[in-house]
Design a protein around this ligand. Structure first.
Ligand code: EPS
Length: 406
């Protein structure tokens, strides 16, 4: 069973995470994690903070000479901005009195009002700090370990932005994936390689131009935008997850992990909501034998049947709402005066859909690694590999022999 916890406030000293349960002898370096941390920072439409930070992880435990030890892995990502916040965010009681403005005007769409209501704070800053999507840097670090683990078994994860501000590509890439119209045996990571070349992580150059123009308009108007993105995993073996209990279904665990990303408001697997509109004969994927193994003519199920991976690519689509902080704010109430006011402006991104897609890769990788280790187990990578090979190598013959007998 793998698990991770993150800690850290957006403008605190650092973000940190403890990751537990990976087998020993997994090759791991901070360079690998930092590569993905850098990808999270990119994207046209991000705010000033990303110019201050160069997110870099420092591994504190659990790894020796580039290999995991099986012990808890802990790492930190320092906040460069901390030096501007040492007084305001100090964990210690200030030795001298200093004046700082307590935040009292909640921003619509943020956790500001519910946060102070729930935790009984007299300063919205106390909620802003932990609810901030800055926390996702620590998630990407943890998720990078999961993706490194999965790569050993030929599983890769990738993503692309499908739309921003309602601007979709001329070609429906998601549909092509669901219809199995893309290159046979494509790797999900190749989708990311292509998307990373775009400033907004889309696959279509004309769409990119239109989106950048729309983001410029949003910026000028003091507004923000959201969008949709697609996350894919390829090389996933048959048999991850289970229909035995609700919390073991791979589909529900993936939805949970993607939905947990700040500002995500919708998640679909495979055809998702569109599956509700067609006839059964149009939606379900026909089973065919390809060589010695089973596959499907289409992948509308998004690689999961009955909560169990079926060997086809896992395809997830999600929707991110527009960033809640607006430079041209909506109405709110000042909690000090209880009077109607404009919501507070706070430095923020205008668009973070490209970053959100990168974060979703980490969350998908994490969930797959969790289900993978639940199925195959192992205290060392060698043992996990043996278990994996024993199952996948014998699967097809087992099916054949079982049914021949009866
Ligand atoms: C983020 C850091 C934050 C924001 C953004 C994500 O930095 P700051 O608040 O100092 O500008 O840029 O967070 C939000 C948009 C949000 O609503 O919380 C990051 O590192 O990703």
């Amino acid at each position: 069973m793998i698990r991770f916890l993150t800690a850290g406030e957006s403008h605190g000293k650092s973000l940190s995470t403890i990751i537990e349960g990976f087998p020993s002898n997994l090759d791991l370096t901070s360079d690998y994690i930092n590569f993905h941390l850098k990808r999270r920072q990119a994207g046209y439409g991000r705010g000033q903070r990303m110019k201050i930070e160069t997110d870099t992880s420092e591994i504190l435990s659990g790894v020796r000479f580039g290999k995991t030890l099986g012990s808890p892995i802990s790492l930190i990502i320092k906040n460069s901005d901390w030096e501007n916040w040492t007084k305001i965010m100090s964990p210690d009681i200030p030795s001298i009195d200093f004046n700082y403005e307590r935040v009292s005007i909640p921003r619509p769409g943020h956790a500001d009002l519910v946060g102070i209501s729930k935790y009984n704070f007299d300063d919205i800053r106390n909620s802003i700090e932990r609810s901030s999507a800055r926390e996702t840097a620590a998630r990407v670090a943890a998720g990078s370990i999961a993706r490194k683990f999965l790569e050993n078994f030929g599983i890769t994860v990738g993503s692309f932005v499908e739309s921003i501000g309602g601007i979709y590509p001329a070609e429906n890439y998601l549909f092509d994936l669901l219809q199995n119209k893309v290159k046979k045996n494509y790797s999900a990571w190749q989708l990311s390689v292509k998307a990373d070349r775009s400033q907004v992580r889309v696959l279509d150059a004309e769409q990119e131009n239109k989106i950048i123009r729309k983001i410029k308009t949003a910026k000028k108007k003091g507004d923000s935008l959201g969008g949709t993105f697609v996350t894919v995993a390829t090389g996933v073996p048959v048999g991850l997850g289970s229909y035995m209990h609700y919390e073991r279904r791979l589909s529900s665990n993936i939805s949970h992990s993607i939905m947990s990303i700040q500002a995500v408001k919708g998640v679909e697997i495979g055809l998702g909501f569109a599956a509700a509109n067609g006839f059964g004969s149009e939606v379900h994927d026909e089973i065919v034998l390809k060589g010695n193994s089973f596959t499907r003519t289409t992948n509308n199920a998004g690689g999961i049947d009955g909560g169990i991976s079926n060997g086809l690519p896992i395809i997830v689509r999600a929707a991110m709402k527009p960033i809640s902080t607006l430079m041209k704010p909506l109405k709110s109430v000042d909690l000090k005066t209880m009077k109607k006011v404009e919501a507070r402006r706070e430095r923020s991104d205008f668009v973070a859909v490209p970053a959100c897609a990168v974060i979703s890769e980490s969350m998908l990788a994490w969930t797959l690694a969790q289900s993978f280790l639940e199925k195959f187990g192992g205290d060392s990578m060698e043992e996990t590999m043996d278990n994996y090979q024993a199952f996948t190598g014998k699967l097809q013959n087992r099916i054949k022999n079982n049914f021949r007998r009866s």
